[in-house]
Design a protein around this ligand. Structure first.
Ligand SMILES: Cc1ncc(COP(=O)(O)O)c(C=O)c1O
Length: 361
């Protein structure tokens, strides 16, 4: 049996006719960048999320950079975030010369622990970036309340949580700004790089649209330093098709996660808060003796992943921030015992049985 960690081929075969038509439309019209497919996508995303503005862009990383630029983050500003995430969360902060200030995560949800935020707030703190890790949204009510008290902006890093819910509200509609990724392996992925920024604030939305196109307000008239953060039409076309079936796919992911949760033995299965619905970007378990299990999985042709083996505060690139081993014990412990199992809406019953059987053995 050949199991894929994420089965993008079966997904493509299922929607092939519609996706091929979208791609050929673009080739036939030569409207490659932005244009109607991108604005249709933005409307579809807004409807799905329930948010006023969706601004499609070139990647999840660029979405974070655009959000930070939109709120005028300057060198030396401090942004509170978590060290248990993909590099892009903190990289985008550092890219603008600002300082990522890490706090440890909650040991059950693996998300930012809001009770640790206040002690890190200084006169330089400008924003908080909670990461909705593995598809589960952070405790946004608590985070938003703290932000309000100290006049800080909140940017949800929703790269892994598009479609997730918190108190019946969707991810990307729970903070001043939110950013997602459409990297192919994400729950909603395109066929290249892509992302989006979300906000209910008209002024921020307008500014982001300007910044993502070289700070251009009219053709060759530039009001801001910007970037080339545009999305191309082929990616928008692919996403428009995949979004039509996204709710169905999320239900399937939920079924698979429920099976894993109930049938896996001798491992710590993921904890999801009662007021949350995860989209299971990754299905991560905690195990003892991870190396042995990873090797065994590999010998049984079960693909696995480790998110994340080295926390951000211990990455060489962030040495200059002065953190050391022991600073974030929960993050460090998780990084040594976490592993991910195959997860996608197209993981067959047979594959699920094989994985669960092998893991329990
Ligand atoms: C938490 C998180 N933030 C940001 C990103 C960056 O997204 P992209 O790869 O689209 O730039 C990712 C993608 O892996 C991510 O997982």
């Amino acid at each position: 049996m050949k199991i894929n960690f994420i089965n993008l081929q079966s997904q493509y075969q299922q929607y092939k006719e519609e996706i091929d038509k979208e791609v050929h439309d673009v080739l036939d019209t030569s409207a490659y960048i932005m244009g109607k497919k991108v604005s249709d996508l933005e409307n579809n995303l807004s409807k799905f999320v329930g948010v006023k503005h969706s601004i499609a862009c070139s990647s999840g990383t660029d979405a974070l950079i655009l959000a930070l630029m939109a709120i005028d983050i300057q060198p030396g500003d401090e942004i509170i975030t978590t060290p248990f995430t993909f590099i892009a969360t903190a990289e985008s902060i550092a890219f603008l010369g600002a300082i990522p200030v890490f706090i440890d995560v909650d040991e059950k949800t693996f998300n930012m622990n809001p009770s640790l935020i206040e002690e890190k707030i200084t006169s330089k703190t400008k924003a908080i970036i909670p990461v909705s890790l593995f598809g589960q949204i952070s405790d946004m009510d608590k985070i938003n309340n703290i932000a309000k008290k100290y006049n800080l902006q909140v940017i949800e890093d929703a790269a892994q949580s598009f479609g997730a819910e918190y108190n019946t509200k969707k991810s990307c509609n729970l903070s001043d700004l939110a950013c997602t990724s459409f990297f192919p392996a994400k729950p909603l992925g395109c066929y290249g790089d892509g992302g989006a920024v979300f906000t209910n604030n008209d002024k921020l939305a307008e500014k982001i649209r300007v910044i993502l196109n070289h700070g251009q307000t009219k053709r060759y008239i530039h009001s801001h330093i910007g970037i080339n953060g545009r999305l191309d039409a082929i990616q928008a076309g692919v996403l428009n098709i995949k979004l039509k079936y996204y709710d169905e796919e999320l239900n399937k992911r939920q079924e698979i996660a429920t099976r894993y949760n109930t049938e896996l033995k001798n491992v710590i299965t993921p904890y999801v808060e009662k007021n949350n619905i995860s989209v299971w970007a990754q299905y991560c378990i905690l195990v003892e003796d991870r190396e042995k299990i990873l090797n065994k999985c590999s010998s049984l042709n079960i693909p696995t992943g480790v998110y994340y083996p080295i926390p951000l505060h211990l990455q060489e690139v962030f040495n200059y921030l002065g953190y050391k081993e022991g600073d974030f014990p929960i993050t460090e412990k998780l990084s040594k015992s976490i592993m991910a199992l195959p997860m996608s809406a197209f993981l067959t019953k047979e594959e699920q049985n094989y994985i669960i059987g092998a893991m329990n053995e």
